[in-house]
Design a protein around this ligand. Structure first.
Ligand code: PEP
Ligand code: MN
Length: 343
């Protein structure tokens, strides 16, 4: 159920509707928009009798939601969500660049890469502290001791720190020392982790599961939002197919497909999406061309020595070239195709 308030409805009228929702044991999610506020209702297992809301002051319309998701939809929030992290944004007019190594390996490695990516326009620094690896015998990340390095990078370069919470206990540490909680492809349907991230005040970058449909992915975002955290960024990172020329098949059609359904920002990860450095820049250009709000790119000062995802890491100079090219693509795009008003 979705309650749309009249454009001139007052804050106290909205508040009164929220009170009724709470009084019947459900949760209200008021979403102020440019022209009106809509209130999503969650917590009901069956249909709600919407007629009780019809005559409340300020209510314009009561809409029964027939789709499985509610809070992610444009029905609830017709304007695009812009996620703000300090002075940086994801979903606004700038191309949001999240760049850095696959994993934090050493102080020297992390600082060299952070300096390089900041110089070429990244506002966000990525680097895993805990690595969810396919094999238990490969590098699992430095763990908690990487926070010292991350904190110094955050202070020295003013970059916002994005790192993956592999389990619930990691969320508290990211809240303490980081800026954005990443949920990885392998955890896209780890529902207790999604709920914990949903109770955080930090934005959540939600990667697409490696075999997830669009609906499953959006429902994972819905889990986070249903807990009250509306700052969710979707990240297309490819899905498993029969293709052998790439690590994953980067599903760029998901970007306009999501745009049609959801107000959430979408970024593209051409690094995990291809698995090989020579394809990263072409797919990054394509990601921007289909309307992505930003990119996640893996960069290493010595890719050949990287402890994880060595084949897909760009050198700092390849990364700088990528940034130039994606801006060139964005600059020739018609305004309606940049994803801001492509509905
Ligand atoms: C990552 O970004 O570090 C990562 C592990 O990616 P994914 O979850 O998309 O495989
Ligand atoms: Mn990686």
């Amino acid at each position: 159920m979705l309650i749309v308030m009249k454009p001139r409805a007052t804050a106290s009228e909205t508040e009164a509707v929220v009170d009724v929702i709470t009084a019947i044991g459900l949760r209200a999610h008021p979403m102020p928009g440019a022209t009106r506020t809509a209130i999503g209702i969650t917590g009901n297992e069956g249909p709600i009798d919407g007629r009780r809301f019809e005559n409340l002051p300020g209510v314009a319309e009561v809409i029964r939601v027939t789709k499985p998701y509610k809070l992610v939809t444009l029905d609830l929030h017709p304007d695009k969500t812009v996620v703000r992290v300090g002075d940086a944004t994801i979903g606004g007019s700038e191309i949001a660049i999240i760049a850095g190594p696959c994993a934090i390996e050493s102080r020297e490695q992390a600082f060299t890469v952070a300096k390089a990516v900041q110089k070429s326009g990244a506002r966000f620094f990525r680097g895993s502290i805990w690595k969810p690896r396919t094999s238990p015998y490969t590098f699992q990340g430095l763990g908690d001791k990487a926070w010292q390095i991350m904190t110094e990078i955050r202070d020295a370069f003013g970059l916002k720190v994005v790192t993956e919470a592999v389990e619930e206990s990691h969320v508290g540490l990211i809240e303490k020392y980081g800026d954005v909680i990443q949920i990885g492809a392998r955890n896209m349907q780890n529902f207790s982790l999604l709920k914990r991230a949903g109770r955080s005040k930090l934005p959540v970058l939600l990667k697409r599961g490696m075999a997830a449909t669009l609906e499953e992915w959006l429902l994972a975002a819905e889990y986070i939002m249903a807990e009250g955290n509306y700052n969710v960024i979707l990240c297309e990172r490819g899905v498993r197919t029969f293709a052998q020329h790439t690590r994953n098949t980067l599903d760029l059609a998901s970007v306009p497909a999501i745009r049609r359904i959801s107000h959430l920002p979408v970024i593209v990860d051409p690094s995990h999406g291809t698995g090989t450095a020579y394809m990263v820049t072409p797919l990054a250009r394509a990601g921007i061309a289909v309307g992505a709000d930003g990119l996640m790119v893996e960069v290493h000062n010595r890719p050949e020595l990287a402890l994880s995802d060595s084949a897909q890491a760009l050198t700092p100079s390849q990364y700088a070239q990528l940034i130039e090219e994606v801006h060139a693509v964005r600059n020739v795009m018609p305004p309606a195709a940049d994803g801001l008003n492509a509905n």
